[in-house]
Design a protein around this ligand. Structure first.
Ligand SMILES: *Cc1c(COP(=O)(O)O)cnc(C)c1O
Length: 448
């Protein structure tokens, strides 16, 4: 028997105590970005031939490194897409690490994979996909989109052979940058389609592209909640085109598809049930910690055919018929990163999630109405989900930048400048249940 040394016990206690306090804290400041030089001065060097000891290393993190990381789960973190993990999910993330679970294969991680699959089935059912749908939790939406598109191209290749020119993927001009990134990795062409004034991509806009280039097109990507505006493409009219053209419909719902959990937003997503693959990021609007993207295939076999890695040392795994998550995306070794969501969903129940999503939708409508009623403010588009984009009359890019820097400097809020069609603006991305209407009003007031 190897006993654990007292020193190790103390170390584990100290680290867990730090984690405990951080998880339970309700007033962690927003914190801010430091420069490389500042950090060199404050943190110095910790990685040396001889260890500096846990106490000192933890102190470097607590006193210097952590305050140099912006608190993304702060209720006034409203930039980009925030995160707002439940305490249950965050606490359980520690258990996932502590248990050294290998999440890549059924052979090694059957219990974890079973629970992850239960969550994927729950999500698939929410989205109206058939019971046979399934997939895997990958690191993020970027990898989820890439993995889905690789499967889509393999599927097209198997059915039609290679095109005479290049494979192409069709998406909205407002689609997320990760689609272009995936296309670069895959060396395929992106055909962007103008989504017009409303930002909603429709079947009518996609049809002419399929009529002229259909033979090259292996996938159409529809966005279910654009990152910039939270706008949902007209999924039903895009899906209807599948009757005339053989394409794979991928729905990128990294941020927005979680909106379907609320009755309030559910109708916006009509047609998603026709998707061949979808993604949604639990680290965005499903209250799980970084990093997790649920990638779900209508026909998981299509994902498996595209992604299974073959190697002699893996033969016992690849010859098995059980569900191995490694087989469904561009990865092999993986953390069972769906477990924090599983634990939190099991603990709180789906109804709590529906309520939390509804809360953000309501807050977005309320603050949008406030912005519309204010002199000198203009909504750029009416919010469909929980992103509210607005302009302050007469403000240039520099005004927004200076104001944003001041808010962070004063530790009041993290709101960043953005732009649309060449005009500067700013936006509130709302998904933290702790964000209040009053604090948003205070931020608007700070623009006077
Ligand atoms: C955030 C986002 C992505 C990328 O997801 P990551 O998890 O950041 O890789 C893709 N698509 C949409 C619509 C997003 O909002």
């Amino acid at each position: 028997m190897h006993a654990v040394s007292t020193e190790t016990e103390v170390l584990v206690d100290q680290v867990l105590e730090y984690a405990r306090q951080r998880i339970l804290s309700v007033d962690t400041p927003l914190d801010k970005t430091y420069t490389q030089q500042e950090l060199e001065q404050l943190a110095g060097r910790s990685v040396l031939e001889q260890g500096i000891g846990a106490e000192r290393a933890l102190a470097v993190f607590a006193d210097v490194l952590a305050p140099a990381c912006i608190t993304t789960d702060h209720p006034n973190y409203l930039a980009f897409i925030p995160t707002a993990p439940t305490k249950a999910a965050t606490a359980f993330d520690l258990v996932v690490s502590a248990s050294a679970v290998y999440g890549g294969s059924w052979l090694e991680g059957s219990g974890a994979v079973y629970a992850e699959n239960e969550v994927l089935s729950f999500l698939a059912a929410e989205f109206g996909l058939p019971e046979s749908a399934g997939g895997v939790f990958v690191q993020g939406g970027t990898l989820g989109n890439l993995s889905a598109l690789v499967a889509a191209r393999e599927n097209a290749r198997a059915q039609r052979g290679n095109p005479t020119t290049r494979w192409a993927v069709v998406c909205s001009a407002e689609a997320h940058s990760s689609i272009a990134s995936a296309a670069r990795v895959m060396d395929v062409e992106v055909i962007p389609v103008d989504a017009g004034e409303s930002g909603v991509l429709t079947g009518d806009a996609v049809r002419p592209v399929l009529e002229s280039r259909g033979g090259d097109v292996f996938a159409v990507v529809a966005t279910a909640g654009s990152t910039n505006f939270g706008i949902v493409d007209d999924l039903a009219s895009i899906a209807a085109l599948k009757q005339e053209h053989p394409f794979w419909l991928h729905v990128d719902g990294a941020y927005g598809l979680a909106g379907m959990l609320s009755q309030r937003a559910r109708p916006l997503f009509a047609g998603v049930e026709e998707a061949d693959s979808v993604i949604v990021d639990p680290h965005k609007w499903l209250f799980a910690p970084f990093d997790a993207c649920a990638l779900i295939y209508r026909d998981p076999e299509a994902g498996r055919r595209a992604h299974t890695q073959h190697a002699e040392y893996l033969d016992t795994l690849t010859e098995a018929t059980e569900w191995s998550p490694s087989d469904y995306a561009v990865h092999l070794t993986r953390r069972a990163r769906g477990l924090p969501l599983w634990f939190s969903l099991a603990t709180h129940g789906a109804a709590a999630y529906r309520d939390a999503v509804t809360t953000s939708l309501q807050l977005a409508q309320r603050i949008a109405a406030e912005i519309e009623s204010r002199e000198g403010f203009r909504l750029v588009r009416k919010p469909q989900l929980s992103v509210v984009v607005y302009e302050r009359d007469g403000w240039t890019k520099e005004h927004y930048a200076a104001w944003s820097a001041r808010l962070l400097e004063e530790q009041r809020a993290f709101v960043t400048p953005s732009s649309h069609a060449g005009r500067p603006n700013t936006r509130f991305a709302l998904l933290n249940p702790r964000t209040t209407f009053e604090s948003l009003v205070g931020i608007l007031d700070s623009m006077d």
